[in-house]
Design a protein around this ligand. Structure first.
Ligand code: BTN
Length: 249
């Protein structure tokens, strides 16, 4: 079992800012929660990324649990200052695109995106992103199933790891560095470029999907993204946009 090497990661990182000043934890409850505490304690100038090999209480969207596997997953949070125009629209899209690009570069696997930002392969989940706003910062939590030989029973029906796809171990340090290298470029690109790239990687465009927003379950055609990155759906010949929800195929 190999610990995440911050040194190998840094040697591969070409960003100006993102991913510098990394704090590594052997074990932690949730990197997003810890990052949020760091913002409260004003420690962001010293660290802008937290990574762990053992997250014990990972959080997903909608209060779901997120299960990582020790030494096999990528489990980290980065903090980004809200100083770029339209960042709240761009960030969820660019994170998904950057992960798909980074994965391709390191494994030749073509993952796809499911709205709003699930990383998928063959309808199984490879990774997820939890973005939380705290004062002037966005906290971006990334969870990726990388080198698991098998998935935890509770999630094995719907998730898989990159290693299960190619039967080979992947260098987590290089993969994460490439994801952040791509991310730093993408967040400075205009919204429309991010929308276009995101839509190209989405596997349920123009497909019939069910959409649940916590209250209702609706069925219709997923048309793509609105200018704000919301889901655009055609339901009974009317077009609706939704800013949050869960898509099922
Ligand atoms: C989802 O698909 O629901 C989002 C999952 C996000 C999980 C990551 S793992 C690192 C960071 N810390 C957390 O507690 N959650 C995010």
């Amino acid at each position: 079992m190999k610990m995440f090497s911050v040194q190998d990661f840094c040697s591969h990182l070409t960003t100006k800012k993102i991913g510098h000043n990394v704090k590594y934890y052997d074990s932690i409850d949730s990197t997003n929660t810890e990052m949020s505490n760091m913002v409260s304690r004003n420690e962001i100038n010293s660290f802008n990324m937290i990574i762990t090999d053992n997250q014990k209480n990972g959080r997903g969207r909608y209060g779901n649990q997120w299960i990582s596997s020790q030494f096999n997953s990528i489990t980290c949070s980065i903090v980004i200052n809200n100083s770029i125009e339209n960042l709240s629209t761009i960030l969820p899209l660019s994170c998904g695109i950057a992960i798909v690009e980074g994965i391709y570069k390191n494994s030749n696997i073509n993952c796809e995106l499911k709205w709003p930002n699930d990383i998928m392969f063959n309808k199984k989940k490879i990774g997820g992103i939890l973005i939380e706003k705290k004062s002037d910062y966005f906290i971006v939590g990334l969870g990726l199933n990388v080198n698991q030989r098998t998935m935890d029973d509770i999630i094995s029906k719907d998730s898989c790891s990159l290693r299960q796809i190619i039967n080979k171990k992947i260098n987590r340090e290089f993969l994460l560095a490439d994801i952040l290298n791509a991310l730093e470029k993408l967040i400075t690109e205009p919204v429309r470029i991010n929308i276009r790239k995101w839509e190209k990687l989405c596997y349920h465009i123009n497909k019939n999907v069910s959409f649940s927003n916590g209250i209702n379950k609706l069925t219709g055609v997923f048309l793509g993204l609105s200018d704000l990155g919301y889901a655009k759906m055609k339901i009974d010949n009317e077009i609706y946009t939704f800013n949050s929800g869960v898509i099922e195929l």
